[in-house]
Design a protein around this ligand. Structure first.
Ligand code: NAD
Length: 486
């Protein structure tokens, strides 16, 4: 097991451009999910700490940070991306230990992390307004201005990606940010914030407050001096965030959960569909918001494609983070108990178990490991058919024809992504354009990379868009200028 850990200089909270201990004096253990025991501690920020972080961001807007032009902001982000590339291996080791994911996945996450910095660094000076033709004697134009202080609350599943995905576009547009990373995995965001200090972000441009959601997260989202909230997490917490935003009359983006469908027609190419459908539910132990957790399969493919998917699923290996394999543990004892409740429900209600993954003999007995499971056919009214498990559990549901597939795919409260697998391109277009989701994949699947692709949900999966150019628009307000010159 790697001994990756946070550098000693990261002593708690990042406020006013320096690491400091929490005023509250409270600390939380950080636990390595594969080891099941603490390996460090983070500050347990309370309201006074959050007040200090928001005040620091506010000062930055009227100080050095607020004076930088767009090109200078972009250069800082790009520099941070270069350092991330240089230190990718040590950061990946930290991410693997902190989240439990296999090191190969952590390396891919760090490559995406560097790319976010690069993308938003390059974009900072390219967002510009319009001139608008109006009546004679007037000149009209728009500009995109920062909201001010933006609050960022992220989850524990892909912290190395979530950090730059959330703060990158906000900083590119000139906001000053306060982030509350997840208490279950926040080592890499802290290390990344430290890199941003190193490359010269002025004091207060970026502030970090670690702690519990109900304490630090609530204090931040309810703070009267923030101007926008960017949230990634569960639909339940999304309600609290949107309520807080409403009370302050500010905007928010919510990237929430999902129960995404893989729609597999009988003519799909097995070489493409088989490995991807399996990876889409086992990657990071199914703890991916866009996991393909429902396999909708054409009834006539039940005897052809399905056995191949079952075989590939049986070959999936649960491993320790330093090993080669498809997945590691889930993030916490709480998450393990949640996933096991769904497995128990499936077993108690007699759902046929089609496949289960392999557990490597090297697994630590204290780690939060869950054996991957594939059940089917799952009745359409079974909870496994429409509730998000957020674990390595795949529900197989057969469909009869194209119309049935569309209805079934849309028959959940969620609407994040959908995958369509067919060699018939007209059908792929027809079905794709009926999906009530934010992203549709045809003969491919995955939002893990896709830095350039707008990403976000419909329905209970949230609203607003992250990633790509769209994210820059979310972190700015349009100001219109009308000048009478005659
Ligand atoms: P969560 O909502 O419990 O926690 C997410 C973050 O919110 C954490 O930092 C947590 O501390 C904070 N938080 C919790 N309660 C809060 C409150 N009352 N006020 C303010 N902040 C609070 O979610 P989770 O269990 O950590 O993450 C899993 C969920 O996140 C899943 O449902 C998953 O689908 C979703 N998710 C969505 C995306 C996406 O992009 N759509 C990405 C990753 C995870």
């Amino acid at each position: 097991m790697t001994a990756a850990t946070l550098p000693d200089r990261i002593t708690g909270l990042l406020i006013d451009g320096a690491w400091s201990e929490p005023q509250s004096g409270q600390w939380l253990d950080i636990i390595a999910p594969a080891e099941g025991k603490p390996y460090g501690r983070i500050a347990g920020a309370q309201k006074t700490d959050v007040d200090a972080a928001v005040a620091s961001a506010r000062r930055a807007l009227s100080g050095e940070w607020g004076q930088l032009n767009a090109a200078e902001r972009g250069r800082l982000l790009s520099r941070a991306g270069l350092i991330v590339q240089e230190r990718a291996e040590e950061l990946a080791q930290l991410e693997a230990r902190d989240t439990g994911k296999p090191i190969a996945q952590a390396r891919a996450d760090l490559a995406a992390c560097a790319r976010y910095f690069e993308y938003y660094g390059g974009a900072a000076d390219k967002v510009h307004g319009d001139t608008i033709p109006v009546q004679n004697g007037y000149f009209a134009a728009t500009e995109h201005i920062p909201h001010g202080v933006t609050a960022h609350v992220i989850p524990w599943n892909y912290p190395a990606q979530m950090f730059p995905r959330s703060v990158g576009p906000a900083l590119a547009m000139g906001n000053a940010v306060v982030m509350k990373p997840a208490e279950d995995a926040c080592a890499t965001p802290l290390a990344l914030a430290d890199i941003m200090l190193e490359v010269g972000f002025p004091p207060g441009a970026i502030n970090m407050v670690t702690g519990l959601g109900m304490e630090a997260g609530a204090a931040l989202s309810e703070h009267p001096d923030i101007n926008f909230i960017s949230f990634i997490g569960s639909s339940e917490t999304g309600v609290a965030i949107q309520t807080a935003a409403a009370k302050s009359h500010i905007g928010c983006t919510l990237e929430l959960g999902g129960k995404s469908a893989q729609i597999v027609f009988a003519d799909a190419d097995p070489a493409l569909v088989v490995p991807t459908v399996v990876a889409a539910i086992t990657q990071h132990a199914g703890q991916t918001c866009s996991a393909g957790s429902r396999l909708l399969i054409e009834r006539s493919a039940m005897d052809t494609l399905l056995p191949q998917i079952i075989q590939a699923f049986c070959e999936v290996r649960v491993v320790m983070p330093h090993m080669e394999g498809q997945l590691g543990p889930v993030v916490s004892a709480r998450q393990k108990a949640r996933v096991e409740r769904y497995i128990q429900l499936a077993d108690d209600t007699g759902l046929p178990l089609l496949a289960s993954g392999q557990m490597a003999p090297e697994l630590s007995a204290e780690g939060y490991f869950v054996q991957p499971r594939m059940y089917g056919p799952v009745p359409r009214d079974h909870r496994l058919a429409f509730e998000e498990v957020f674990g390595p559990v795949l529900a197989v549901i057969p469909f009869d024809d194209e119309a049935d597939a569309v209805a079934l795919a849309n028959a959940t409260e969620y609407g994040l992504v959908a995958g369509i697998w067919t060699r018939d391109s007209a059908r792929a277009m027809r079905v794709g354009r009926q999906m009530e989701v934010g992203q549709v994949f045809v003969n491919c699947f995955g939002a893990g990379g896709g830095i350039e692709l707008p990403f976000g949900g419909m329905k209970k999966s949230g609203h607003g868009r992250e990633k790509g150019w769209e994210a820059l628009r979310e972190f700015a307000a349009v100001r219109t200028l009308l000048v009478r010159h005659d």
